[in-house]
Design a protein around this ligand. Structure first.
Ligand SMILES: Cc1cc2nc3c(=O)[nH]c(=O)nc-3n(C[C@H](O)[C@H](O)[C@H](O)COP(=O)(O)OP(=O)(O)OC[C@H]3O[C@@H](n4cnc5c(N)ncnc54)[C@H](O)[C@@H]3O)c2cc1C
Length: 303
């Protein structure tokens, strides 16, 4: 690759960790995915700007990765650069009585704990969603009746020209697993501000623990997955439809419709990208034929 040496040199100059020919299966919770050309651990917004400018100038493909918890990556890998925005770009700060600012690589669960420790309520629903704040905003992640939309006030991001922009929550087109960022995948979220409510620390802790127990009880957390495999179709639930169609336990290669939670496709061992695609296609076809509902994949395909 003509650009790799130059890019590696830039990473060293910017003190960013990087790896060449890095397998994506090491960076996705599904544990699936071939190698990318270079994976760079972004460590600051200045670094991000420098690297993005380089990539854009040379017209190099890139993909922004958080914790890879909603990603289905191709076994053939990604012929470009992965900008990993995760723990090296993590900072949380209380910026007002009920306001928290954090950089986009912050773990969502760490943010929930920080809010709880500061007796701030509103993020309990998000405890246990295994992503970063940036990935959660991109997806408008949600659970147990809450979603990011309820607690986000504003965010900064870099647009396609590498300009720093800000957006208020109302400008983010937040709806079910959708945001202005999912409409513009070449924008990169750098930080997010949350508005919470004063609450009782013990009550917040209890709620978080209760929801975490529910997750452990209902979800197949012992196996790699990308969480819910299908979006919730309007008027029903994917897991209910899949169960009604008798598809629990259906498998292709190492991919299986979980017997614990039919909304999850799990990697029972050695599942490939193709296994998951073939299995999910079978599920979609059967659910459509038997119920008339069209299921749509929730994870983002990285190829
Ligand atoms: C066991 C399990 C349980 C889950 N439970 C839930 C749940 O209850 N509710 C729910 O909503 N989701 C759930 N998920 C899915 C997933 O955790 C969320 O979608 C999460 O918000 C993704 O964050 P991430 O950092 O892992 O993003 P990634 O999976 O790395 O990326 C997702 C998308 O966000 C983009 N992105 C990531 N960071 C940025 C950034 N800084 N700027 C711009 N774009 C960015 C990526 O390009 C990609 O398109 C679950 C997943 C698992 C494995």
């Amino acid at each position: 690759m003509p650009y790799t040496n130059e890019l590696c040199g830039l990473c060293r100059k910017l003190c960013c960790e990087y790896k060449t020919e890095e397998p994506l299966k090491k960076h996705t919770t599904f544990k699936i995915g071939g190698s990318c050309k270079i994976l760079i651990n972004i460590n600051s917004s200045d670094t991000l700007v420098e690297i993005l400018k380089f990539l854009k100038k040379q017209n190099i493909r890139f993909f922004v990765l958080g914790k890879g918890s909603n990603i289905l990556a191709d076994d053939n890998g990604f012929d470009g650069v992965i900008l990993k925005i995760s723990k090296d770009f993590s900072h949380i700060e209380k910026t007002g009585e009920t306001e928290i600012f954090c950089t986009s690589g912050t773990s969502l669960s760490e943010l929930c704990i920080y809010a709880m420790e500061n007796s701030l309520s509103g993020l309990e629903f998000a405890y246990g969603i295994p992503g970063t704040v940036g990935g959660a905003l991109f997806m408008n992640a949600g659970a147990y009746g809450g979603e990011l939309k309820d607690v986000v006030t504003s965010a900064h991001y870099l647009n396609e020209k590498c300009e720093i922009c800000s957006a208020e929550s109302a400008e983010m087109s937040l709806s079910y697993r959708h945001s202005i960022f999912s409409e513009n995948p070449d924008w990169v979220i750098t930080d997010v501000t949350f508005f919470l409510n004063k609450g009782d620390r013990e009550q917040i802790r209890e709620k978080m623990n209760e929801l975490m127990h529910k997750r452990k009880d209902k979800q197949p957390l012992d196996f790699p997955s990308a969480g819910s495999t299908f979006k919730r179709p309007e008027g029903s639930y994917a897991s209910l439809l899949i169960e009604q169609c008798g598809l629990k336990g259906l498998n292709v290669g190492g991919a299986e419709v979980s017997t614990k939670h039919s909304g999850f496709v799990i990697n029972k061992g050695g599942a490939t990208f193709e296994d998951v695609i073939e299995l999910t296609d079978k599920v979609k076809k059967c659910v459509y034929e038997k119920t008339g509902y069209s299921l749509e994949l929730e994870p983002i395909i990285l190829k």
